[in-house]
Design a protein around this ligand. Structure first.
Ligand code: ADP
Ligand code: MG
Length: 710
């Protein structure tokens, strides 16, 4: 089959899998949550007492009564079948970072009679085996079974396809030893750790026991390009990023894409995405054009953290699938295009005690004392464990953002804004006796001045910013599961709350205010180095950060080291979030994932360079030489020197291309650092060639086409 025939086939496939999008159904609130077995479905399909028990588990964390599992399974099956489902799956989140599903039909036989069945046992527990998922050695023994177990706090849902549907049951995924093989289990454990520590700390302030909940709002960035371009880029197809590509003359310099009017085709796509998300009960709220051309953002309203993480995984899936229906491809890689912004997720986190958001600055001295205490604990936590936050967002894709030439940097620091920083300064000096105005603030005596929301942040370069009533962690990569960073946040903040409670519990009521003041002021003194309100994007900051002794792990391999430090292992063991073996297994899995990705990138780069670029360049060199020979033979003087120059330029570049391709071939088995260096050098040559080769014979779609024509 010739190249052209192959490309015709590829294009035919592109048309075949992209049926015209369905005309949108009108938005209505009836569609919201229609594909979720939520409160309404429970009330309709379950006996009243069973529905109440289940809701009590979901809303208040009461242990699930196993006796109701049969009823719940029956109701879910009924509900799902009425919506076209014939199969169910335990839906889980393996360490690959994606979602996993293995479908089973409801088909069973009873006395040779075929029927649709789904038992409590099927609901609660699954044994998908799933032995090909990475386990980092946790499953190397002979009993290497993997189990899934129902997470009733994340509602079941159906996923529809054009001629059926599947009932999906969110589950955790563990080894037979109970050791976690997934991303959800440690998140649930960390929520528990934080709940306990928060209750303990709030008790110090005399507050009655309340439910603790953690809120999370995940802003999702992504790129869209036309599917035809995508299918002609082996690098995008296989790695999600363009490994080659010369920067176009105009990209994002004019900042004319950010918040620009949204193209009709994209708006059609976004509308369908939102409809799909609303059906899943995912509160999609905000959409806009992002900074880079062809880059966009979607943000839902924040939700309970476990649900928010599950929902973000579904958001990514829906983005990809709906894009396909619109003849587009959604790129979730952290850096699909060099030279323009990459994509991240902003992880907006806050903790609630009952209805009180502990990150809301209050209006009376008691509220303020609580707010300042929580704030100082978080400052201490982030300073102590910046390495863990950094490790939680490590990955081959994110290396192109963090520590490379764009915000946020790989150095973890905290942004509080000028006003809050000033208050922190006052609290640090708080023992000086003076009145509040222009003087120092005393905890439990003074009130905070109101903090206008706008004053708290517009610094987009900080990886960890206080934004009015929440912290926004901006380092997670656009393709990552947000559970890892939140496991870290919950655990390190639980520890900080506990360390405070250790001190505060010892104070007598009459010494409480002065003791608290001392505690906060010494905490600030010790940990203030983590606070930085300036431009995190400059070299000056990197030098300053080094002087302050802040860690800087610009690459995945350096960052992942945090998972092997004894003090970190001890921390996770203390809070029951990871056992030592679990943490070691994760370290192994992430290191392996990184190396595999880099190797795949180098392999595809070599294939493109050797089988597409080099032949095209050689052909052009040949054409130029023939023209030169002809010109020389003709006796015409003009044009000869230009052709000579061009032949020389092409010849030299072709030599360089061969040299650099050979170098990458050699580096392939010489470790990831050598691979990356060789890959970057090869790219330089290929990208230069792109600028001198005839436009018509360049084999790859160009940046200006992919980023601007859609
Ligand atoms: P931006 O950061 O672009 O200014 P917002 O701050 O309004 O936008 O919201 C960003 C995300 O933060 C949204 O998903 C929003 O629902 C979420 N969010 C708002 N308040 C909280 C909170 N208290 N806890 C967690 N997330 C929140
Ligand atoms: Mg934001």
């Amino acid at each position: 089959m010739s190249y052209l025939n192959r490309m015709n086939a590829v294009n035919a496939v592109a048309e075949a899998v992209c049926p015209a999008p369905m005309p949108p159904a009108p938005f209505s609130m009836d569609m919201y949550g229609e594909d979720v077995f939520g409160r309404d479905a429970m009330r309709t399909y379950l006996p009243k007492n069973v529905a109440e028990k289940l809701l009590d588990t979901i809303e208040n964390g009461t242990p699930l009564d196993p006796a109701i599992a049969g009823d719940v399974a029956h109701a879910m099956k009924q509900w799902a079948i009425e919506r076209g489902a014939s199969s169910y799956t335990h839906w889980f989140l393996p360490l690959t970072g994606s979602t996993a599903e293995k479908h089973d039909s409801f088909l069973e036989f009873s006395q040779e009679q075929a029927l649709m069945a789904f038992s409590g046992k099927n609901l609660i527990m699954g044994e998908p085996d799933a032995s090909s998922f990475p386990s980092g050695g946790l499953r190397s023994t002979f009993e290497a079974r993997g189990y899934t177990a129902w997470d009733p706090t994340s509602p079941a849902f159906i996923k529809r396809h054009s001629n059926g549907a599947t009932l999906c049951i969110p589950t955790v995924f563990c080894a037979h030893t109970g050791e976690a093989l997934d991303k959800k289990t440690p998140l649930l454990r960390s929520i528990q750790a934080l709940s306990g520590a928060t209750r303990r700390l709030m008790k110090c302030f005399g507050l009655p026991e309340e439910k603790v909940s953690v809120s999370l709002g995940i802003e999702q960035e992504y790129f869209l390009i036309d599917r035809h371009f995508y299918l002609q880029r082996p690098d995008l197809l296989q790695t999600g990023r363009s490994i080659f590509g010369a920067p176009p003359a105009k990209h994002q310099q004019l900042e004319d894409h950010y918040f620009g009017s949204i193209k009709m085709r994209v708006l059609n796509f976004m509308t369908e995405v939102e409809q799909e998300l609303w059906k899943f009960g995912i509160p999609a709220k905000t959409r806009h054009n992002e900074v880079a051309p062809a880059q966009f953002e979607l943000a839902p309203i924040f939700e309970e953290i476990n649900l928010a993480c599950d929902h973000n995984m579904l958001v990514m899936e829906v983005l990809r699938q709906v894009a396909e229906r619109h003849g587009l491809v959604c790129l979730l890689h952290e850096k699909p295009f060099a030279g323009v912004n990459g994509s991240g997720k902003h992880n907006n986190w806050s903790v609630l005690y009952g209805k009180r958001n502990l990150l809301n600055p209050g209006s009376d001295p008691q509220d303020n004392a609580i707010f300042m205490t929580v704030l100082c604990a978080i400052i201490a936590a982030v300073d102590r464990h910046a390495d863990l936050l950094r490790a939680s967002v490590a990955g081959a894709g994110n290396d192109h953002r963090l520590g490379a030439n764009e915000a946020p940097p790989a150095v973890i620091s905290m942004y509080l804004g000028d006003q809050l920083s000033e208050i922190i300064d006052q609290v640090e000096k708080g023992e000086v006796k003076s009145s509040r105005k222009g003087g120092t603030m005393r905890i439990g005596v003074d009130t905070l001045p109101p903090l206008p929301r706008d004053a708290t942040d517009r610094n987009r370069t900080s990886p960890f910013a206080f934004t009015g009533n929440k912290f926004e962690f901006r380092a997670p990569g656009s393709s990552q599961n947000c559970s890892s960073p939140n496991v870290m946040l919950n655990t390190i903040i639980a520890e900080a709350f506990d360390l405070f409670a250790d001190k505060l519990e010892k104070l007598s009521p009459e010494n409480f205010q002065s003791g608290l003041q001392k505690l906060l002021s010494s905490t600030i003194r010790k940990h203030r180095r983590i606070i930085f309100n300036g431009d995190g994007y400059t070299d000056a900051w990197l030098e300053e950060a080094a002087r302050r002794g802040l860690g800087n792990a610009p690459t995945t391999m350096e960052a992942l080291g945090a998972l092997t430090r004894p003090e970190n292992i001890a921390l996770f063991e203390k809070y029951g979030v990871f056992g030592g073996r679990e943490l070691a297994s994760r370290h192994e899995v992430f290191v392996e994932d990184y190396i595999r990705r880099v190797t795949i990138e180098s392999d595809i780069a070599l294939e493109i360079a050797d089988s597409m670029i080099a032949p095209a360049a050689a052909a052009e060199f040949g054409r130029t030489l023939s023209a030169l020979t002809a010109a020389q033979a003709s006796g015409i003087k003009s044009g000869v020197s230009a052709l000579k120059k061009r032949a020389d330029m092409l010849g030299k570049t072709l030599d360089e291309l061969t040299l650099r391709s050979d170098a990458l071939h050699k580096a392939r088995n010489a470790g990831y650092k050598k691979i990356l260096t060789a890959l970057n050098e090869l790219r330089e040559t290929v990208d230069y060639l792109e600028t001198i080769m005839p436009d018509e014979s360049w084999p790859l779609p160009k940046y200006r086409e992919m980023l601007f024509i859609y």
